[in-house]
Design a protein around this ligand. Structure first.
Ligand SMILES: C[S@@+](CC[C@H](N)C(=O)[O-])C[C@H]1O[C@@H](n2cnc3c(N)ncnc32)[C@H](O)[C@@H]1O
Length: 429
């Protein structure tokens, strides 16, 4: 672990533009893992704890339909003629074409001679973010190297694959190491499109590394949440609850409404650690029962929850009759419920879906289960867009579903976050 003092020096230098004379944060040794970010004074719910800006940022280019996102401002461009005419292989809008950032990107990629510069290639476009590390200052590079990086067998694959798309890709070991390191740091700490980092339903088509936020450890019930300034891509981290001085700031690397087993698997496979937070140590998830299914014994009204073992296929216990069940039938019950709800969600009629949630689903899956939360979120979103006529009860249904989810959030102990604001706004509409 790089010492917190050196990390702080590098961060303060990088975040100089924010000129925070009396920062509410400091880097320290964490009880959760390695280094962490701590409050230096009492922070009120909603108060800004820190601002951060991207050290590296670039298009995510994960999906074919986002390859036409400008490599500087990330705006989606018209489907034709969005590639730079200078032959660098990057999508660029008319406004950003003349910007310093693009001139540097363009010169770098042009010198490597993309094989088909007029074709939008996800490997080339995705490489831009780690490749920008080459043009960083020494201090910025030191900051990147001081962040945690999982240097596993796969972290070199991205650069190796992208190299095949250029005629004169650099062979200099130092340059390759910078890009490989950037990939590993991004994978351990970065944001990578909505699918990877879905704290609060935020959509972004870029991958980015926010170096101060990269020191915030995970908790499945975080005490902070983040939003982005639209024009600058800067991040603002606020307190979800009142936080006493000297407390470690936490965020969540997973979706808020994912069950114990799925969160465990995601963190183990994508982030290579096992979470031991309070929520993960409690099979009932603080009484929110997000992972619960009905007891296998049809005569028992109890809820069964997975044992907290850290195993991907735990045994399940009924909290009423205490019957122990193996994982397979319980996970099958969960899968069947997800399948049934998805079939209704994908069917065109919102009215049918609402009826199903209100009248049928509770016969086979508890209302607290995450697949019902997901379905209710779908309904709220669709009703909010008002595209479908669901009768006079629409507003009441939306308010009720919002309240149901807010109740679950309260049980989990989740304070302020973008999701809470969204639900409260939709409920009041
Ligand atoms: C974004 S970094 C957080 C800062 C990191 N602790 C450091 O010293 O640089 C993410 C890494 O921190 C560790 N980490 C974060 N939250 C954790 C948790 N709840 N339990 C165990 N390890 C955690 C994992 O190794 C993870 O890959």
């Amino acid at each position: 672990m790089i010492c917190p003092k050196r990390t702080t020096e590098l961060l303060e230098q990088f975040l100089e533009p924010f000129k925070d004379k009396d920062p509410a944060w400091e880097i320290g040794v964490s009880k959760i893992a390695g280094r962490g970010v701590f409050t230096t004074r009492n922070i009120k719910r909603g108060e800004v704890i820190f601002r951060d800006m991207p050290l590296l940022i670039g298009p995510a280019a994960r999906k074919e339909d986002t390859l036409n996102s400008c490599s500087v401002c990330f705006k989606l461009l018209p489907d034709t003629k969005f590639m730079c005419r200078q032959g660098c292989g990057l999508p660029i809008c008319n406004l950003c074409q003349k910007k310093k950032q693009h001139k540097a990107d363009c010169a770098l990629f042009k010198s490597w001679e993309p094989c088909e510069p007029e074709v939008a290639n996800s490997l080339i476009i995705r490489l831009l973010c780690p490749a920008r590390a080459i043009n960083c200052t020494k201090e910025q590079r030191d900051l990147m190297y001081c962040l945690q990086a999982t240097l596993d067998n796969n972290h070199r694959t991205e650069v190796r694959n992208a190299a095949k798309c250029f005629r004169k890709f650099p062979t200099d070991k130092k340059l390759i190491d910078i890009m490989n390191r950037a990939v590993a740091v991004l994978r351990t700490n970065g944001f990578d499109e909505t699918s990877d980092r879905t704290n609060d339903n935020q959509e972004f088509f870029y991958r980015a590394l926010f170096p101060l936020f990269a020191l915030v450890n995970h908790d499945c019930v975080p005490n902070s949440y983040y939003t982005f300034e639209e024009k600058t891509n800067n991040m603002i981290v606020r307190a979800s609850v009142d936080i006493p001085s000297g407390t470690e700031i936490t965020t969540t690397y997973t979706k808020l409404f994912t069950g114990n087993i799925a969160r465990h698997l995601f963190l183990k496979m994508k982030k290579t650690f096992t979470c031991k937070c309070q929520r993960c140590s409690d099979p009932t998830e603080k009484g929110a029962f997000i992972s619960a299914v009905y007891c296998r014994d049809t005569n028992c009204p109890g809820l069964a929850v997975p044992e907290v073992t850290g195993m991907p296929q735990p045994n399940w216990n009924c909290l009423e009759c205490k019957q122990k069940s193996p994982h397979a039938p319980m996970s099958k019950a969960q899968d069947l419920a997800v399948g049934a709800i998805n079939a209704k969600t994908n069917s065109n009629s919102l009215k049918t879906l609402i009826q199903y949630i209100k009248e049928k689903s509770s016969s086979f899956i508890p209302e607290s289960n995450y697949c019902i939360i997901d379905a209710k979120l779908q309904v709220i979103s669709r009703l909010s867009k008002s595209l479908e006529d669901c009768g006079e009860e629409s507003a009441g249904t939306k308010a009720q579903f919002c309240q149901d989810i807010l109740d679950i959030m309260d049980k989990l102990g989740l304070g302020d976050c973008v999701m809470r604001t969204y639900l409260e706004t939709e409920k009041a509409k």
